[in-house]
Design a binder for this molecule. Structure first.
Ligand code: 6PG
Length: 230
């Protein structure tokens, strides 16, 4: 696997360029861009800038998923969906049918199964064993977690499922997360990190310290990018 580590002082612009290029490449190749959003605060300015710079992207050809979601209602300030709605979806009038929202407001087990079925339906159309994202964004926690895969979590050992409930120390504790097999089925995975407090954990994760969930992200396709705005 070839890992690209990009250190930049134009973090937001570079992140938007990676997304934009991936979208055009995927749409040219397969007529659709399957794009996974990460949660947390880091991506907020990236989504806002994407909406501002590329209002004319063919949004109807873009299908958006979420690498994880907190088990809260969609209008809750902690919802990753709500963050994306405020920074991206409303700004570009994103086609509602293209937004695959994880229903954080229902029982976690039901929400995970429902989401797996949604992804499986599309994967079947493409003849894929697992839904293959064209670009899957990930954040990094100070403990080395990514999506809602936290150090020591049994969720890290999941090899069959694609989407499962998970508990983590980062509030709110009850979440739904992509598993490593689904993340690693992506054509291209890109970490977005720009917090100086994460410098040490970035070094450990990019050096392959597999005690960290982020270090276990190894897309089979081989395309892994770390965009580091430090
Ligand atoms: C979440 C995210 C989580 C996040 C990291 C970094 O739902 O919280 O999926 O994995 O990406 O914790 O969060 P910040 O960008 O806020 O530092």
């Amino acid at each position: 696997m070839k890992t690209r580590i990009i250190r930049t002082d134009t973090f937001v612009g570079d992140a938007v360029a990676i997304i934009h290029d991936a979208a055009l490449e995927a749409i040219a190749a397969r007529g659709i861009f399957r794009f996974c959003l990460c949660g947390g605060n880091t991506p907020r300015p990236v989504y806002a800038e994407l909406a501002k710079l590329y209002l004319d992207l063919p949004w109807e050809k873009i299908q958006v998923t979420f690498g994880d979601e907190r088990c809260v209602p969609p209008d809750d300030e902690q919802s990753n969906y709500k963050m994306a709605r405020k920074t991206l979806f409303d700004a570009v009038n994103f086609p509602e049918g293209n937004i695959f929202r994880i229903r954080g407001e229902i029982a976690p087990g039901d929400a995970a199964l429902e989401y797996e079925q949604k992804l499986a339906h599309v994967a079947e159309r493409f003849g894929e064993e697992r839904y293959a994202h064209d670009l899957l964004l990930l954040g990094l926690g100070e403990d080395g977690h990514t999506a809602s895969l936290f150090p020591g979590s049994p969720a890290l050992d999941e090899t069959a499922r694609n989407v499962i409930p998970a508990i983590g120390p980062k509030p709110p504790p009850q979440r739904i997360t992509f598993t490593l097999p689904l993340i690693n089925a992506a054509r291209h995975v890109c970490f977005l990190v720009n917090d100086p407090a994460k410098s040490e954990i970035i070094e450990r994760a990019t050096s392959g310290d597999e005690r960290l969930p982020a270090a276990r992200v190894k897309p089979a396709s081989g395309r892994l990018t770390w965009l580091i705005g430090l």
